[in-house]
Design a protein around this ligand. Structure first.
Ligand SMILES: Cc1cc2nc3c(=O)[nH]c(=O)nc-3n(C[C@H](O)[C@H](O)[C@H](O)COP(=O)(O)OP(=O)(O)OC[C@H]3O[C@@H](n4cnc5c(N)ncnc54)[C@H](O)[C@@H]3O)c2cc1C
Length: 381
């Protein structure tokens, strides 16, 4: 058992943190208030190489190992005061991109991946509909086969990056009678007639990540826009969700590390009743819990990466990582607010944001209840 990182991996993390701190933290309070997506910062991240991390070299990406990629994403979260931009990046990296890599034709890979790596094309991944979230295979969207292709009709809701995307991976049924076996995925382009997106939906946290709907009204797509075979939608979705659940929280681990460091330094400095608040056991116990949660979360996530590197099944571990990381991000962010008192609650100090940002994690990529269902099913219950 080896729990150490290489010098190179540690350096990658440190460099990414420095890049984020210098380049990505400007005017976050206002951008957040205005639900503003930072296009310029997205491009800076692409130029830094972030968007190519999960793309093979031949399509404009890098050939880094999963652990090094996670170290970079951790570093980014450590340096970034806004969780919204890292969430947008992670969302594209762990769902949209793997879907194309694993199920795309050579033509689709050549057309979409290099542009994504350069930050010139933004991709969304949409399965959720207003009436079908956890029960996503009960979707209403149809993809009626016609001569030379399909006609898509339906609406995908609460989709990350929908208002700003240039293309999207979406799911529809070619024949509702077939149930889940009819679900088929498509890689669709904003240039296709009948495909539009809604304006940004206002939300509680991660406000710099634009969320909205993908709308399809008699949208004809050629056969070449199908992603994988007819009826392979469920298989594609399951595959994409494995990587998303395992890794989407990498940057939030970095954020938790920074949160903890700042909490320790504040607990040493802030005086009450003639001593530093860190000397009160109730405060120091909370800090100890924050440390414990961070370390356990990190172990779970790197175990997923290790399993992937060794080509072993990771469904159970990815569900456990998603469940644990999302829950502890909320717990630690709340403990952090308690530690800072009123300062933690007032927006100008940029402490309360983590809690608001963290709540979404209990819902996206499958709610905590759904992760528990997956784990217990795999345990034979
Ligand atoms: C920030 C954010 C970003 C998102 N980004 C995307 C995206 O990019 N693409 C996308 O497709 N979707 C996205 N979503 C949508 C998300 O995937 C769904 O919201 C999620 O799957 C839950 O579906 P729902 O909201 O319809 O809740 P419901 O499915 O209606 O669930 C309501 C409640 O019932 C519980 N429940 C439902 N079924 C079960 C069950 N079988 N067992 C136990 N409990 C159950 C749930 O846990 C929940 O507590 C995003 C959501 C958020 C908050």
């Amino acid at each position: 058992m080896d729990f150490s990182f290489t010098e190179k991996q540690l350096q990658l993390k440190q460099d990414a943190a420095e890049f984020a701190r210098k380049e990505l933290n400007h005017d976050v309070i206002n951008r957040e208030k205005n639900n503003e997506f930072p296009f310029d910062d997205w491009k800076k991240c692409a130029d830094y190489g972030i968007l190519g991390l999960t793309i093979p070299k031949e399509y404009g990406g890098t050939d880094l190992d999963p652990i090094s990629i996670l170290m970079i994403m951790e570093g980014l979260g450590y340096g970034c005061t806004d969780n919204g931009l890292p969430f947008s990046l992670n969302s594209e990296m762990w769902s949209y991109i793997p879907a194309i890599i694993k199920f795309g034709s050579e033509e689709q890979k050549q057309k979409y991946l290099p542009a994504v790596a350069k930050g010139e094309s933004i991709g969304a991944f949409g399965i959720t509909e207003i009436e079908t979230g956890s029960d996503s295979y009960a979707m209403q969207m149809t993809a009626k086969p016609v001569d030379g292709g399909y006609v898509l009709n339906g609406r995908k809701s609460y989709i990350t990056l929908a208002p700003v995307c240039d293309a999207a991976v979406v799911f529809g049924s070619i024949d509702p009678e077939l149930g889940r076996w009819g679900i088929t995925s498509f890689l669709v382009d904003k240039e296709m007639k009948g495909f539009t997106s809604s304006p940004v939906r206002d939300k509680m946290g991660m406000r710099t990540t634009p969320m909205g709907d993908l709308i399809f009204e008699d949208c004809f797509v050629p056969e070449s826009a199908r992603l994988g075979p007819e009826g392979a939608g469920v298989s594609l979705f399951t595959t994409a969700m494995e990587s998303e659940r395992g890794y989407i929280f990498a940057s939030q681990i970095g954020r938790l590390e920074k949160q903890l460091e700042d909490a320790i330094s504040y607990a040493k400095k802030r005086q009450a009743f003639g001593q530093a608040i860190g000397k009160f056991q109730s405060v120091s116990n909370r800090v100890a819990d924050m440390k414990l949660r961070l370390e356990l979360a990190r172990l779970l996530m790197y175990k997923v990466a290790w399993l992937e590197q060794n080509e072993m099944p990771l469904l159970m571990e990815a569900a456990m990582a998603k469940l644990y990381l999302s829950e502890i991000f909320v717990e630690s962010s709340l403990d952090n607010i308690r530690l800072y008192g009123a300062k933690g609650y007032v927006s100008e100090f940029e402490i309360e944001r983590d809690l608001r940002d963290g709540i979404g994690g209990l819902i996206y990529s499958g709610t905590s209840d759904i992760q528990r269902n997956i784990i217990s099913r795999l345990l034979g219950l």
